[in-house]
Ligand binder design. Structure first.
Ligand SMILES: Cc1cc2nc3c(=O)[nH]c(=O)nc-3n(C[C@H](O)[C@H](O)[C@H](O)COP(=O)(O)OP(=O)(O)OC[C@H]3O[C@@H](n4cnc5c(N)ncnc54)[C@H](O)[C@@H]3O)c2cc1C
Length: 461
């Protein structure tokens, strides 16, 4: 008999696990399991495995591809990691932190900061998403250009296999070439291979100096060239470089009327950049000299440098408001694509032209992480599109954007994963060999296909 403290089964208590953060995906859970330990997870999974009961691991439920939401059948059990939320240890000299999978990302930031260390992964959902979810989605976010994605930040990992066996790979080693790197298989596996219960994560020196700047540019080509110079001239201390189109600035400032564009808002593009250093370095002078030279050489049109932490937060608030404003607009298209950085301008210019020609009147929002070649090319449909036509309209926009991505050897999912939402586009693009290898991995780990069935690969595989 399962201890009643370890599960929820009433409609009222399960409701919050059945709908994702965006409200885009919803379903019905058979039961919500809430283990308190790796041992609990192991017992629960072995029970379900023997009986062929489908289990879907769930973290903060902020994923954007519907992978953590139960299906509408009411037959899937949600396994919430929220109670495995202990920071097990911090090793200051080893620059590592060992955490349980249900730790909220922001709590990990704070635990690291309390010992003067930085855990660099950061994203808009940091107050809700969990480390296990970040690992299972191989999350990216704002600092990838300097610190890499979650995959680059995981040194060790503990996971429970679908049949209840525990994989203990919780080493805190930077160098370890003992055979295959098994832990990496769980990174980005979207809950299909095992349930991550703990991880050892890399930490970095806490930056002592941060300079945030907001620059105006005429074209996306200029933004790209500016990025290349910034990356080189700023001694590799650049930690964020975000593109914001004029349409995004307008959306943000009309959603949050208390926000003002730090520089004239007539420019076609803005870049929000951040430079950070941990040691005793005159970062202000380095950055100011660089930006003044850019102005003199017409590399940028204008620039504002934040003079306080408060002003820096205000710059970032524009980036965040742009994202928050989108759902308020109503149904819209969100994409998460990547191309080689060198082809990013070409991607935006070509997509702009195609959408302008075929979807005139749509608000185009190509924003994102230039330094990672990752653009969220989002589209807000014109109000004239009737509700009944919206889904087809947005789907057609998406297909057009994906075609450009394909032509530039890019990816239709840079950081959000495949889940359910991207499955059909994913299946169209994978080679038979890719699909065979993935299906073999899946069946090796989970021969009864109980874990997150139908996520990434369709159920028949
Ligand atoms: C406002 C906002 C901004 C965002 N910005 C970014 C961004 O910049 N970059 C980015 O990459 N993503 C971003 N995301 C997407 C999302 O936050 C990330 O995908 C995040 O990593 C998901 O974590 P989660 O704990 O919410 O996972 P969930 O949504 O709960 O789950 C996501 C997937 O991971 C699996 N999973 C969860 N926990 C475990 C576990 N312990 N073991 C095995 N599988 C597990 C689930 O089954 C599911 O497949 C954003 C989302 C929002 C809402």
């Amino acid at each position: 008999m399962l201890n009643p403290d370890l599960y929820l089964d009433s409609a009222g208590t399960m409701a919050r696990y059945e709908r994702d953060w965006t409200g885009d995906h919803a379903g019905r859970a058979a039961l919500v399991l809430r283990p308190r330990s790796t041992r609990d997870v192991s017992k629960m999974l072995s029970f379900c495995y023997e009986r062929g009961i489908a289990v879907v691991p769930q973290g903060g439920h902020t994923g954007l591809v519907g992978a953590a939401t139960p299906s509408a059948t009411g037959q899937e059990v949600i396994l919430s990691l929220e109670r495995l939320n202990t920071i097990r240890s911090v090793d200051i000299a080893n620059f590592t932190i060992t955490v349980e999978a249900g730790c909220i990302l922001q709590d990990v930031h704070e635990a690291a900061a309390s010992v003067d260390r930085l855990f660099p992964l950061t994203l808009g959902a940091k107050g809700t998403c969990q480390i296990g979810g970040n690992i299972a989605t191989n999350a990216g976010g704002l600092n990838v250009l300097r610190y890499g994605m979650m995959r680059d930040l995981v040194l060790g990992l503990e996971a429970v296999l679908p049949d209840g066996r525990v994989f203990n790979g919780l080493q805190a080693l930077r160098k370890n070439n003992l055979g295959y790197d098994i832990k990496q298989l769980f990174v980005g596996s979207e809950g299909t291979l095992g349930v991550i219960t703990a991880a050892v994560l890399k930490l970095f020196p806490m930056p002592r100096h941060t300079v945030t700047a907001f620059a105006a540019l005429s074209t996306v080509d200029d933004a790209l060239r500016f990025y290349v110079r910034a990356r080189t001239e700023l001694c590799d201390l650049l930690s964020a470089f975000e593109l914001i189109p004029a349409s995004g600035l307008e959306l943000a400032t009309s959603f949050r009327t208390d926000l003002r564009a730090p520089v004239g808002n007539a420019a076609a593009y803005h870049v929000l950049l951040e430079v950070q250093a941990s040691g005793d370095l005159d970062l202000n002078t380095l950055t100011q000299n660089f930006l003044m030279k850019e102005l003199e050489n017409n590399g940028i049109l204008d620039v504002a440098i934040a003079t306080s932490a408060r002003q820096s937060s205000e710059f970032w608030a524009i980036r965040e408001a742009m994202v928050e404003a989108e759902p308020h607009y109503g149904q819209h298209l969100r994409t998460d694509v990547s191309v080689p950085i060198s082809k990013l301008a070409e991607f935006i210019i070509e997509t702009d032209a195609l959408l302008e020609q075929h979807f005139h009147g749509a608000i185009r929002l190509p924003y994102g992480h230039i330094g990672d070649g990752n653009i969220h090319y989002n589209v807000l449909p014109p109000r004239s599109v009737g509700e009944g036509d919206l889904a087809d309209y947005l789907h057609a926009c998406e297909a057009m954007i994906f075609e450009v991505v394909d032509g530039l050897d890019g990816s239709i999912s840079a950081e959000h994963g495949v889940g359910i939402a991207k499955q059909s586009a994913f299946m169209q693009r994978m080679s038979p060999v890719d699909l065979e290898i993935m299906a073999e991995f899946k069946s090796f780990f989970d021969s009864r296909a109980i874990l997150s069935p139908g996520r990434i690969l369709p159920k028949s595989n």
